[in-house]
Design a protein. Structure first.
Lengths: 598, 391, 186
């Protein structure tokens, strides 16, 4: 210890000549651009999925309804209210937000005399930081839930048109688990599903590998899960929370995965035994999804159900309309067998109105339910369309399913842009490939390609299979030469609807094309074949724009007659299933009431 | 005139080596030092039995900061545990985040990306400097030299500004998460960090001149609070406490983690193992860390992923296993022992803070025969942070 | 040091369970409680594992056992070994285990914590009966898995009123399709 140690400390005095380092105005110091400050929520983007509430480790967030925001499809109408007495500003809620609506500003001072004001709903309760641009936003690429869908393996186009084999492979267990892992269980999809399936729960069953529970959940709401797992229109995927910043969960494929993993024995165990017989008899006309779902429910409740099917096999449009490469027949058979197993008697090759009259059914049963579907194809009625080689798509598809050879045309033109048009176009492509070795199918539709009613995957795959798709063209005339159909003349469509919104296509006549074809197929919509009703009954019933009018429970104006499915609501499998449940409940309630009245 | 101490009042030794203290004899005074006392170590206290002005026995008391983190984590999923671990050690929180994230990644079989590892190392070194700055202020303050704390708090604040712009928060960064880190370096960070480091070096020079070349400080710290090198293994002493006793224990060199094997540095050691040497070892350690930060900024990759692909964090399950991840924090060996049981929740998280061994058994051993006035300085020289003792 | 070789050397002397190699430098092995002391002394004095990293417990409630983990480190060889001892978990009262405070004095602190937090007694360990972290605690040892912190918090503290939350799916059902039961039935 020397002189240095005595004098050196005095060097501290040099600070007298330095500027002080105290911040002059601490109250207005701006935080760093990334500072995690107070929350902002873009309430137009927010969908109220509640994932922020789930991840908050302090339980600081509540999801509550807001007066100015209505619940609608894809938006629960709830918005997060954050309790700043609990929040620790970790920003996990911002990281996990499915739409990117929840962000943080870099504001950090808030003075309040009312402590309850510190529970607030960002974006709804106006605050001074609402418009701040700086703050914490989820960094690009920082994802805490998976954003990319597991690719569904399927056949290549060349292999596809070589046969009618199913083109989609289905997920393996590992693939399904990874896809199911992406779900955040918000439940927004449930309201969108017409039959309100317990989607987050069955996705969780896939994650857990608990297929017995999965199939029990499926059968609570949808006895056609095998079919829907392949061909459902998956409206649920349009409201999935994951679609905002990534791909929606492949809900349909996961439903299919569950059905692929279970045995019929497991399904029968899941659905249990029917109740004791009630003695009531129900006749159902049409073994399609609507009729069979109603049959399933009613038979489980103990009623004696007989289903009369005009064609050789049950399934309705799922068998006779949807081609085998989308939906193999043995899947339909499996679903239908389960329905038989609860005691439903399905009689095929029995046409009501021909083999048995409707009056007979009425006299031998307590209730008659019509599930006739939409079996008749609509006609364009353009000149030349009365030729024998101008066919309806539904008829050709029915023949193809039955294995009948309707004379595969060397070239064909399909009119229509919906799923049925794609179905017949791709069926013809396969038949042509088998018979002639090459595909020559042209498809024309009134709509622009982006507005086609068909699923985008169908359009894409049809194109890959060699179907030439021409959009915005309106059919004018079928060209006939020497008694044979040679093609279809079309004009370019300028507009489909007029100023009042009525269906009145207008054309550019100077843009005319002739599409070569020895067969023209109309796939422009379908109608019910209600001829079995007979004139008298048809007069008695009330109709609405060509469809039988029914009440909320599906009952017509005749007290013994109900109607269900496509014939009431238009073509969609899962809507038909939902309708089948609703109508079965209405019938069941009615049967119980009439029993109690006795 | 030379001073001859009167040991007649001093307690005799018993057969097992402990002192024979008869509290009813009137020779002893019980003093309660803590939980708030001069020098900044945190909230813990020592119950001193004093004979004259010499401590004959010390009993440590902790429990003022128990928040029950290890139990809280049993109810939280793995991602939900991540925001709370930083609060276990208040002045140097990043080690918690790193050890927890590394333990989860190891048991889940995930490898954090290279760029994330570089940023993690940068953050850990920044945290180390901050912690040492707090220590230097506390050590000087324990001896009444209050001005040092003013200076070190100032440069600590500058480093907190760097943390703020990098991680989004000043103290509880919540930036190192299982899988990687949250974001990359912002624009202009390198330049502002260099300014901060220069300011730090300038301040450290002032600190050296005013504190370390200070007769009063030297008189009170040289030869005081000696840790016998024989006690190091018995009492689990790690970090600068051990290095000041001549043993070059540094996890960054012994079992390199993150990117330390690519950085050029040597552990700082001292020989005398007293308060002064420990303070000096830490001061020189700051200089090493400043150099490490410069190396990191020069070498780190500026592009690449920041997060590994993790399963959906809302239902992330980790199979049964256990592991221990250690790192070298400013006080010594910091470690997380994590046990998972196949569910989405950790079965057991045990935090091994260096202060757990330093501030309890070691302090009770060292405090015997120490003058009352040196107790505060001694406690601070062990650089204990009580939050990590009782979590 | 190769941990497999170490394991083989130890296995020749003590009845060890299987070795779990977590990393090349970290392994765990289970052994019976009565062989803990000799194994610890052997590792410390003959194999260079002089550093006791931690001593902690894991509550395997569903198996009715506590796992005590003694983690030792050999700094010069840069490796760690964790010794697991499974002890009985009595339905009521304290579990017990031998103290090792004479081997490592620092173990006394860990043992105090385990007694207070898990209810595992280490007879003879210094200050083992004194309150360590908790003051005036009158419930079961809180780190045990059957201690429910949520119930304790709700019973002991007042909640600030005004919290409630809605489930999105249930709320949407009430708003959009209130009259429908699962399966589309009204």
């Amino acid at each position: 210890m020397g002189v240095r140690d005595l004098l050196s400390p005095f060097t501290a005095w040099k600070n007298l000549f330095r500027d002080p380092v105290s911040i002059r105005d601490p109250l207005n110091r701006a935080a760093a651009p990334r500072y995690r400050g107070f929350h902002q929520n873009d309430n137009a983007k927010c969908i109220g999925c509640g994932t922020c509430e789930t991840i908050c480790q302090n339980g600081a967030i509540d999801m509550l309804p807001v007066a100015s925001i209505a619940t609608k499809q894809g938006d629960s109408g709830l918005r997060p209210r954050i309790d700043y007495g609990r929040c620790c500003w970790c920003a996990l809620c911002v990281d996990v937000c499915m739409t990117g609506s929840l962000t943080m500003s870099n504001a950090y001072t808030w003075v309040e005399s009312d402590p309850d004001a510190f529970r607030f709903t960002p974006g709804i309760d106006k605050k001074h930081w609402d418009d701040e641009e700086l703050g914490y936003h989820r960094p690009a690429g920082h994802q805490l839930t998976g954003r990319v869908r597991m690719h569904m393996p399927e056949m290549e186009a060349e292999e596809r048109i070589g046969s009618f084999a199913e083109i989609v492979n289905g997920y393996s267990v590992d693939q399904a688990k990874l896809e199911a892992d992406r779900c955040v269980s918000c439940g927004l999809c449930i309201a969108t599903c017409p039959t309100h399936m317990a989607i987050p729960d069955y996705i969780k069953a896939v994650r857990d590998g608990d297929y017995a529970r999965g199939v029990a959940l499926l059968y609570e709401t949808n006895p056609f899960s095998g079919i829907c797992g392949r061909v459902c229109t998956h409206k649920c995927e349009t409201t999935c929370a994951a679609r905002h910043e990534g791909d929606p969960i492949a809900i349909r494929w996961l439903k299919r995965h569950i059905m692929d993993q279970v045995t019929p024995g497991q399904i029968r165990t899941a659905i249990g035994k029917p109740s004791a017989p009630t003695g009531k008899k129900v006749a159902i006309v049409g073994a399609g999804p609507a009729g069979l779902t109603a049959a399933f429910d009613l038979a489980k409740q103990g009623h004696a159900v007989t289903v009369f099917e005009a064609l050789a096999q049950p399934g309705g449009m799922t068998r006779w309309g949807i081609p085998e490469y989308r939906l193999p027949y043995d899947i339909i058979d499996q679903d239908v067998d389960i329905i038989r197993s609860v005691g439903v008697d399905i009689r095929c090759n029995v046409r009501i109105g021909k083999d048995i009259t409707l009056d007979e059914l009425r006299s031998t049963h307590d209730v008659v339910l019509l599930g006739l579907g939409l079996q008749l194809g609509r006609a364009t009625r353009i000149p030349g369309s009365d030729h024998a080689d101008v066919r309806k798509a539904v008829d050709l598809l029915r023949q193809a399913t039955a294995g009948e050879d309707f004379g595969t045309p060397r070239t064909a033109v399909v009119i229509g842009g919906g799923n049925v048009a794609m179905d017949i176009a791709r069926t013809l492509a396969r038949l042509q490939k088998a018979v002639y070795g090459e595909v020559r199918v042209t498809l024309t539709a009134l709509e622009e390609r982006a507005r086609f009613l068909a699923d985008p995957e169908e359009i894409k795959e049809a194109g890959e299979e060699g179907v030439v798709i021409l959009d915005a063209r309106g059919p004018q005339q079928v060209m006939v030469e020497n008694g044979k159909v040679t093609g279809l003349k079309t004009w370019r469509v300028k507009a489909i609807f007029d100023e009042q919104g009525r269906f009145a296509p207008s054309y550019d006549e100077s843009d005319e094309q002739i599409h070569a074809g020895s067969m023209v197929v109309e796939a422009i919509g379908q109608m019910t074949d209600a001829s079995l009703l007979g004139d008298e009954l048809t007069e008695l019933l009330t109709w609405n724009r060509g469809r039988i009018q029914v009440d909320a429970g599906g009952r017509t104006s005749e007290s013994w007659l109900w109607a269900v499915g496509d014939m009431v609501h238009g073509p969609d499998v899962v809507t038909a299933v939902a309708d089948g449940h609703r109508v079965a409940a209405s019938i069941h309630a009615n049967l119980i009431v009439t029993e109690q009245r006795k | 005139m030379s001073y001859v101490p009167d040991r007649s009042q001093y307690p005799a030794k018993k057969a097992d080596g402990t002192l024979d203290i008869d509290l009813t004899s009137g020779k002893y005074l019980k003093l309660w030092q803590g939980p708030n006392h001069p020098g900044i170590t945190g909230n813990m206290s020592v119950e001193l039995t004093v004979c004259g002005d010499e401590v004959v026995e010390g009993k440590t008391h902790v429990g003022y900061l128990h928040r029950g983190f290890e139990k809280l984590m049993e109810r939280r999923t793995f991602i939900q545990c991540f925001p709370i671990v930083c609060r276990i050690c208040v002045p140097e929180p990043d080690f918690n985040e790193y050890c927890y994230a590394a333990a989860v990644e190891e048991l889940a079989g995930i490898q954090s990306p290279v760029r994330a590892d570089w940023i993690r190392t940068l953050i850990l070194e920044m945290g180390r400097i901050n912690s040492y700055m707090m220590y230097l202020g506390g050590q000087a303050g324990a001896f009444g030299l209050g001005v040092i704390a003013q200076w070190t708090t100032y440069v600590r604040d500058l480093m907190l500004d760097r943390f703020e712009e990098l991680t989004g928060a000043r103290i509880y960064h919540m930036f190192i998460m299982p899988g990687g880190v949250r974001d990359g370096l912002p624009e202009g960070f390198d330049q502002r960090m260099e300014e901060t480091l220069c300011e730090m070096e300038r301040t450290l020079k002032d600190v050296y001149e005013v504190m370390f070349c200070n007769a009063v400080f030297k008189k009170r710290s040289v030869g005081v609070g000696v840790i016998d090198p024989a006690w190091l293994e018995a009492y689990g002493v790690t970090g600068p406490n051990a290095r000041a006793a001549g043993v070059a224990k540094d996890v960054r060199k012994d079992q390199p983690y993150l990117v330390y094997s690519e950085l050029d540095f040597a552990p700082v050691t001292g020989q005398d193992s007293d308060i002064y040497t420990r303070a000096d070892v830490r001061r020189r350690d700051v200089l090493v860390s400043i150099d490490l930060i410069r190396q990191i900024l020069a070498k780190m990759p500026r592009s690449g992923p920041l997060m590994a692909k993790v399963p959906n964090v809302l239902h992330w399950k980790i199979p049964r296993g256990e592991t221990y991840i250690r790192g070298e924090c400013s006080r010594g060996e910091y470690g997380y022992y994590l046990v998972t049981d196949g569910s989405g929740y950790p079965r057991r998280v045990n935090v091994r803070g260096p202060s757990y061994t330093h501030a309890m058994a070691l302090l009770e051993r060292m405090i015997v025969n120490v003058n009352i006035s040196d107790v505060a300085g001694l406690m601070v020289s062990l650089h204990t942070y009580p939050p990590e003792i009782e979590r | 040091m190769n941990l497999s070789d170490l394991y083989n050397r130890l296995k020749a002397l003590f009845p060890l369970g299987e070795l779990t190699e977590q990393r090349p430098d970290l392994a765990f092995v289970t052994l019976p409680a009565e062989f803990l002391r000799p194994t610890l002394l052997h590792l410390r004095d003959r194999e260079g594992f002089t550093h006791l990293v931690l001593l902690t417990a894991v509550d395997w409630l569903e198996e009715g056992r506590f796992q005590l983990t003694y983690l030792l480190s050999n700094r010069t060889q840069a490796c760690d070994i964790g010794l697991r001892v499974m002890i009985d978990r009595p339905a009521s009262g304290l579990a017990t285990m031998d103290s090792i405070h004479d081997i490592w004095p620092t173990a006394a602190t860990y043992q105090r914590e385990l007694r207070e937090m898990f209810g595992i007694d280490f007879p003879g360990s210094p200050r083992i009966d004194e309150e360590f972290i908790l003051e005036g605690w009158n419930d079961i040892p809180p780190y045990r898995r059957d201690f429910d912190t949520l119930k304790y918090a709700e019973a002991s503290y007042n909640q600030r009123p005004g919290r409630e939350t809605r489930d999105p799916a249930t709320h949407m059902k009430q708003q959009l399709y209130p009259d429908t039961e699962p399966g589309g039935k009204p």
